[in-house]
Write a protein that binds this ligand. Structure first.
Ligand SMILES: *[C@@H]1O[C@H](CO)[C@@H](O)[C@H](O)[C@H]1NC(C)=O
Ligand SMILES: *[C@@H]1O[C@H](CO)[C@@H](O)[C@H](O)[C@H]1NC(C)=O
Ligand SMILES: *[C@@H]1O[C@H](CO)[C@@H](O)[C@H](O)[C@H]1NC(C)=O
Ligand SMILES: *[C@@H]1O[C@H](CO)[C@@H](O)[C@H](O)[C@H]1NC(C)=O
Ligand SMILES: *[C@@H]1O[C@H](CO)[C@@H](O)[C@H](O)[C@H]1NC(C)=O
Ligand SMILES: *[C@@H]1O[C@H](CO)[C@@H](O)[C@H](O)[C@H]1NC(C)=O
Ligand SMILES: *[C@@H]1O[C@H](CO)[C@@H](O)[C@H](O)[C@H]1NC(C)=O
Ligand SMILES: *[C@@H]1O[C@H](CO)[C@@H](O)[C@H](O)[C@H]1NC(C)=O
Length: 740
């Protein structure tokens, strides 16, 4: 079942050939889909790759795979080139040639060669660790800068537009729009029939999309039919400043919302970037259940700084260069921290950051008098692609390393809603809830107790995450406030974690099983976490009681969970032929518990070598697929760097193999790297597991003032690891193949 067949060799070679079709320089590699504008569950626009598509080879897509029209043209001495999207119009133009694509944690940068001009197209989706208000603003930048490459100067004009496909995925729906002409030019587009808090095919049925640029001489705009507006620019290098007021369906003569900029004469010095922004605003953003079943409307945090959206957009446009500088600094910090592990690791981390934060909304509520309640911040996360649940505990859990690394307050405010809701007493089960609501953006709770049941999984997760936040931040307030709930979940774990009943874990697609070794690890760590929490809260008696229980469970568990030949941990007790990724041991390291003996880590490190496949180690013996997040968690607890780097390189190879066109998938086939259905999920925040282990507690986080809590990514990179031996991807694959 796990031997290498001819088929998997063929798949490798196929993957290699597909990937090699990329004709541009891709740094650090060409991923399955390139993030263009990724800031929130609804602002999530990507460039699908598969074997490789230049920026002007295909249309961008929403994470759902729906086309999102974003077109760009450049005129060079009167000759038109397309540089973005795949528009066809009734006027002559040629396609620019893509020279390079580079992604960082916050940016995707394309160099498009247009005759004697190189156009630098930089997509910046800001990550704002030290300013949650900025982080909550669901807008992205596209910046265009031209350079002459032939020693002469050239006349250059640039154009871009968005279609109404940015609003929703159903192109039969009617939209309307306005263009506001102030210091900032703003196109606003929305559905004519709005349904608050409703989604269709994962797209919001309410709110507005904004496409904006700074007004000035040489800046023109136009709205109207795609063919007409684009041909106007291609023919004339300028737009007409006219507004189409014939509101209609998205696909009815495809209305587009365009800007053009005259850059004048361009020489060898890169021109000052022309900047446009695109945003997708929903207000209120979240419906949230509070005490007594009442529903509270919650708005994006940035609203407490701006009274109108146009003020917010003008501020965002005005600070592009500052945002670029801040984000480039953040990128450099992430890169230098992750490079202490390896280049492959740095590449995966960079690709994971926008995707994870792009699944969140940071929100605030209003007091009765209508003013913002500055102390009431909650973060919500959409379980993108798998089921759209709100704040799924076992999705926040894998993403947690990223939250701890970027800003632990994000972690606190993600847990806060789950704690608050369960503290109201409306959730009836004695273990932790699975999520805050079945369908984003409705955080309506589960007062019937019929959420997806993952009792040990979620109870353990909540205890581990609560303690971990406190350790990283020095802020014990959540432990104090919710000591009762934490203790209740611990009582449940004492009952059900040494001998876990048949139940599902976070890997629910793999099915239910009794006596899961990995689930027991989580439950036992949860009990030990409560021992530390009790100690923090000054209850030494309880602390030592829970510590003894956890220690006693570990010794019993070792006996139950080890295969009869002592070579590995089983998947479930008593089945020596079974095994799996025991990634929950990561929490033992994250919390610095030293609860499980080193011999366990050593045994697992040795074992994984014997069961590895070309693209990693399968999740467990029931299937041959694996998960990228859990492999990186496993990498983080390996006893030697070769084992660690095998996991990292496997995940990178799967992400780079050209077999998928979807935003980074966390679930794939370990034998040949083919993707499973999951895509764009925030669980890839788990790829920062090695960074979260080594970063120091960010002691300045106390939650009382989000904009003041400048917790920048921690500079202390992983220590104690040596750099991996360099090896090439194909060489590794073939060596491994030959060794069998
Ligand atoms: C492209 O432009 C961005 C900012 O607009 C800049 O940071 C980057 O260095 C430029 N890249 C190249 C290759 O010119
Ligand atoms: C567009 O539709 C929305 C929702 O029905 C409505 O509130 C708004 O006034 C309309 N705008 C225009 C310009 O017609
Ligand atoms: C653009 O020029 C083409 C001929 O090249 C012409 O057919 C078309 O009508 C023009 N469109 C506009 C909007 O100027
Ligand atoms: C602000 O929010 C906090 C936390 O939910 C709550 O305790 C407090 O009562 C709220 N204040 C007002 C004035 O509504
Ligand atoms: C779980 O393991 C315990 C201890 O080995 C055993 O007594 C029990 O029968 C197992 N449960 C199942 C459902 O296999
Ligand atoms: C912990 O306390 C409970 C209740 O007082 C007691 O029954 C149990 O034996 C104690 N466990 C340990 C390991 O001390
Ligand atoms: C033991 O595990 C293997 C692999 O998961 C499975 O095929 C087999 O059915 C299991 N045996 C029992 C008795 O559960
Ligand atoms: C906690 O936040 C307050 C308000 O911003 C700040 O004055 C204080 O210094 C912070 N405490 C710590 C330990 O950072």
């Amino acid at each position: 079942m796990h031997s290498f067949g001819l088929l998997s060799l063929a798949s490798f070679l196929f993957a290699f050939c597909v990937a090699s079709q990329v004709t541009w320089k891709a740094t650090p590699f060409n991923p399955s889909s390139i993030p263009l504008a990724v800031r929130s569950p609804y602002l999530s626009t990507w460039l699908p790759q598969g074997g490789g598509n230049p920026l002007n080879g295909v249309w961008p897509q929403h994470w759902t795979g729906q086309t999102v029209g974003w077109a760009g043209f450049i005129k060079v001495d009167g000759t038109a080139y397309s540089f973005l999207g795949d528009p066809g119009i009734g006027a002559p133009f040629t396609k620019a040639t893509q020279k390079s694509m580079e992604f960082t944690s916050t940016q995707s940068i394309f160099i498009m060669s247009c005759g004697p001009i190189d156009l630098n197209v930089t997509f910046l989706s800001p990550v704002e660790p030290s300013d949650l208000s900025k982080q909550s603003f669901p807008f992205s930048y596209m910046a265009l800068s031209a350079t002459s490459t032939d020693g002469n100067s050239h006349s250059v004009q640039v154009y871009s537009d968005i279609s109404a496909e940015w609003v929703v995925g159903d192109n039969s729906l009617a939209v309307n729009w306005t263009t506001v002409e102030g210091d900032t030019l703003v196109h606003q587009v929305q559905l004519q029939t709005q349904t608050v808090f409703a989604e269709k095919d994962d797209r919001a049925l309410y709110g507005s999309v904004f496409y904006s640029t700074t007004a000035g001489s040489g800046v023109t705009f136009q709205t109207g039919e795609d063919l007409v507006v684009r041909a106007q620019f291609v023919n004339n290098s300028v737009l007409l400043n006219t507004k189409d007021s014939n509101f209609r369906a998205i696909a009815n003569d495809w209305p587009v919302f365009a800007f053009a900029h005259d850059l004048g004469k361009i020489a060898a010095t890169p021109s000052i970037p022309v900047v446009v922004s695109v945003g997708n605003v929903h207000d209120p953003a979240i419906s949230y259940i509070v005490a007594g079943g009442k529903l509270q409307d919650r708005s994006s945090l940035f609203w407490n700084q701006f009274s109108t959206i146009s003020d917010a957009i003008t501020s965002f446009m005005g600070e592009y260069l500052d945002a670029l500088a801040r984000n480039s600094k953040f990128d450099a910090q992430v890169q230098s921290d992750a490079m202490t592990i390896s280049a492959d690791y740095a590449a995966i981390v960079a690709l994971s950051i926008r995707q994870t934060l792009g699944a969140t909304d940071i929100t605030i509520s209003k007091s009765n008098d209508g003013s913002w309640n500055a102390t009431d911040i909650l973060v919500f996360m959409k379980e993108i692609s798998s089921d759209g649940n709100v704040n799924t505990v076992d999705v926040i859990f894998p993403a947690y390393p990223l939250l701890l690394y970027v800003n632990p307050l994000l972690a606190k405010y993600l847990l806060a809603g789950l704690f608050e809701y369960q503290a109201t007493g409306q959730y009836p089960n004695k273990y932790s809830a699975h999520d805050l609501g079945a369908s984003y953006p409705k955080a309506l709770g589960h007062n019937d107790g019929k959420d997806e049941q993952m009792p040990v999984e979620e109870s353990g997760n909540m205890l581990i995450m609560a303690l971990s936040y406190a350790q990283k931040s020095g802020d014990n307030s959540q432990l104090t406030t919710y000591a009762g709930l934490l203790d209740q979940w611990t009582q449940f774990l004492i009952q059900d974690s040494l001998i876990p009943e048949s139940q599902i874990s976070t890997d629910d697609f793999a099915g239910a099983l009794a006596n899961q070794t990995n689930l027991a690890i989580k439950g036992i760590i949860g009990i030990k976490a409560m021992a530390l929490i009790a100690e923090i809260l000054g209850d030494d008696k309880k602390s030592s009681n829970y510590s003894s229980t956890a220690a006693s469970y570990v010794s019993q568990w070792q006996y139950l969970a080890t295969s009869s030949d002592q070579s590995h941990l089983t998947l479930s007790y008593g089945n020596s032929s079974s095994w799996g990724l025991s990634y929950n041991l990561y929490a033992d390291k994250l919390l610095k518990l030293n609860l499980f003996p080193d011999t366990i880590y050593q045994m697992q490190t040795n074992w994984y070598r014997t069961v590895q496949q070309p693209f990693g180690v399968p999740l467990d013996t029931r299937h041959t697929y694996t998960k990228s997040d859990w492999q990186i968690w496993t990498a983080a607890i390996m006893s030697d760097t070769n084992a660690r780097d095998f996991f990292i390189t496997s995940v990178k190879n799967a992400a780079a193999n050209g077999l998928s066109s979807q935003p980074l998938g966390d679930w794939y086939e370990a034998r040949d790297g083919t993707p499973e259905a999951f895509r764009a999920r925030p669980v890839v925040g788990g790829h920062l597991a090695l960074l979260a282990l080594s970063s120091q507690p960010a002691s300045s986080a106390n939650g009382s003032a989000p904009t003041a809590s400048a917790i920048t990514p921690n500079g202390n990179a992983a220590r104690g690891f040596t750099l991996p031996l360099p090896f090439s991807w194909l060489g590794t694959v073939l060596r491994r193949y030959q060794s069998h």
